[in-house]
Write a protein that binds this ligand. Sequence first.
Ligand code: HEC
Length: 266
Amino acid sequence: MKQNGLSHSHVSRRGLLKGAGTLAFGAATIAAGFGSLSAAFAKGGVNEKWPWPYEKLDPGKTAEIAYNEWYRVFCGGAVISSIFSQLGEKIGEPYKSFPIDAFVFLEGGIVGWGTVCGSNAGANIVSNVIIGPRIAGPGSEKGAVIGANIMKWYSETPLPYYTPKEPRIKTAIAKTTSDSPLCHVSVGKWMKASGFPIGSAERKDRCARVTASVAYKLVEDLNAWKDGKYEAKAEWGPVANFGITAQQNCTGCHGSGIPTAPMPAK
Ligand code: HEC
């Protein structure tokens, strides 16, 4: 079936994010879907002083910090820590006061519920603090695109992509493609491929390396953005095109019976 020229078959399986390039994407589309969010932001908050300044970082150094920080504050906290700790040293406030450790709750796809992988959540927190929300005005949608791009990259890339200089675990760590930004799916597919259970040292080190991989990719994107060279890759408008928030590979969960949402009148 076709909706806005995009057939459901294009958003199936590995089609994750392929074929989405034709979708209209931008602040206008998003504002249409999240009118109330847009309005709430426009009013402003009492302590809303953002976005915050950014200076380019070294992706490899950032990945090393993230890898080690995973063993302290897990995936989401480690991505945030790897970048904000360095910006705290280079820039100072407001980074020095950011409560990094409070984001330990992102572990296990948010307190063990296996929803979005914490490293994706942490990356979106970082990119939005630095660039601003996707609804903030002309040009700023690139911030959201960096966050969305991480979700896309995470879903499509055999992970872990980054190997630490001195890994704590010396056995080979399998690389798996999740086709999903979700912790549950990502960890589950890796456990199936590797045979290691959730509590194993190997699974923990795998997640630490995935965290390092996301931090590495995020700094690459932020550096390109800082240089004015970032090119939006993730263009995905599920609300406008399907009437529901979603990751792109509908069939991964629904099989061939993808339900349709009530669409707003055009
Ligand atoms: C990560 C798994 C997952 C993915 C991917 C996913 N869905 Fe769903 N979706 C669900 C689950 C679970 C439900 C609720 C149970 C159900 O009804 O199947 C649901 C419910 C829905 C509903 C509400 C109506 C209903 O029958 O429950 C719609 C509409 C829908 N999905 C559309 C989509 C579309 C379109 C896509 C792709 C753009 C998509 N979904 C991708 C898991 C997923």
